[in-house]
Structures are given as structure tokens and as C-alpha cells.
Write a protein that binds this ligand. Sequence first.
Ligand code: ADP
Ligand code: MG
Length: 292
Amino acid sequence: SDELLQAAEDTVTSLEELISVSIDTSEVCRLNRDGECRISYDTALLLGKALALCEETGGALDISVYPLVREWGFTTGNYHVPSEEVIEALLEHVNYKALATDSDIVTLPPEMAIDFGGIAKGFTGDRILQLLQEEGVTSAILSLGGNIQTLGTKPDGSLWRVAVQDPLGDGYAGILSVADSAVITSGGYERYFEDEDGHIWWHIIDPKTGYPAENGLVSVTVVGEEGARCDALSTALFVMGEEEAIRFWREHRDFEMVLITDDQRLLITSPLADRFAASRPDKYHMQVISAE
Ligand code: ADP
Ligand code: MG
């Protein structure tokens, strides 16, 4: 119904008002500006999930990498390559472990700032699907800026078909058939810029180096139950790179993934392989990642 669609949209707006780094009055903005903020239940819930994922991914996801994201211009579109000195100086304040909470008060050390850019869309999607479910919806597909989240199957009982974009050209690399799953991609092909030397820099930053993560991966798609987790993992696995991402999957096994490399390989975890139809077998060499 229109009413329910409106409620879904309101969910986006109200979360955005709490956590956006570009809305002055948001809790995240106030926290970043004042170094302290009393946060609401929703922000606390998201913060708790985000910190757990920073920990689980060994800091490949780090919500405190924000000053670097900002310095590179990825929040404003005012792109430039920072000097090494600036990167070094900003890196000193990247450490999600230094964030402190005391009941509903969050405190940051001086110079530290956070953002939920790597996880917020997935979290928002979870909230919307929860709302729809509570209202009796059994079939839904949701698209939030490249994040696809599905509820149930299509009304006719067949699986939802979700395309994985070709990160090195137009069109699709393939199509996944899913039910009750989030399908979330992080890639270097949506938000990036080219410097004077023709080098491409994208918006996913390696918190260890302060530079955009460059390790041979051009896109990471994560399929799983929870949007927030899939969103965070897509960002983190992109930072980790192929080998570490595979190791992480083998240790966890509570999600599936598709990795695409700059040398045109498409790696897919074995349980997902049957549910993937390659659109460009001529272009991408497909390899199935086994559990061992
Ligand atoms: P998108 O939001 O474009 O779908 P991602 O989910 O991969 O893509 O999130 C990228 C965003 O996450 C960046 O714009 C930035 O705000 C933030 N970010 C970048 N690198 C990291 C990182 N290593 N850890 C946490 N957040 C990050
Ligand atoms: Mg993400």
C-alpha cells in the first residue's frame, strides 16, 4: 500500500537524520564535532553492530577511517590525493577501539571522527524489511543504492533474480537467484576519481595505509541473511583482498560471496555456484571456492 511505502521511506529519512555525516544536526555529526554525544536507541544499535564487525574483520572495517574518507574528498566530491604527511597524521587517529561508551553517552578522543557509510544502508534495509514483515508483507525486493535486500520469494514462489554488475564494463557479470537474502556489493566502479597521472582512486579506504584499498579486487558481493552484516562484510572483504577474504569465508560460512578480480576472474563460494548464472563467461574466468 502507499501508506506502507511511505512508512518505508520515513524509515530511511529518520535514520538518515540520526546518522548522516552530512546533516549538521545528526547524532553522528554532533559526536564528531563535540567529541561527545548522547545517542538514541537506533544509533546505539547500529554502533554496537558496527563495532562488533570492526572487531570481527580485524579492523578491515573501521568506522573511524572517516577523516581519511573526508580528506580524499569522497564525502564532498572534492577529490584529491592527500600528501603522505597528511595521511600519516590522520592515520594516527584511526582506531575504533578508542571510542568509549558509558550507557548512552559516546565519547571520541580528540581528532577522531566516525561514519557508518560502510554499513548504514544494509542496516536501513533490515529495518525496512522488518517493518514490512510486521505489517504482513511476505514478498518484497528492496533496492537502496546498489544494495538489494529480498523478503521471501516472488509472489509466484520463484526466486528473486539479482544481477551482479560487471565492474569492468557495462551490463552484468551474472545473475543470482535468491530468497530471503541481502545481496550487497562493494566495488571500485561507482565512486572514484582519476588523478593527473591517470591513477584511479576509489572510496573504500584501507584503514592500515590510509589509501584506497588496492589488492586486485574490483568488486565484492556478499549474500546473506542480515543486510547490516552483508554491507559491512562487502566493504571489509574488499579491503582484505582475495586470499584473506577466502580465509575469512572459510572460517565463518554464515554468508556467501562473489569476488571479481582485475585480471578477470570471478570467484564464487561453492554453495552459491548453483544459484549463479554467468552473463559473461567469455570475459570472466569462473572459479568455485571450496569450503576447505
Ligand atoms: P557504498 O556505500 O558505495 O555502497 P560501501 O558499502 O563499500 O559502498 O561503503 C563505502 C563507504 O564506507 C565509504 O563511502 C566510506 O564512507 C566508508 N568506508 C570506506 N572505507 C571504509 C573502511 N575501511 N571501513 C569502514 N568504512 C569505510
Ligand atoms: Mg558496505
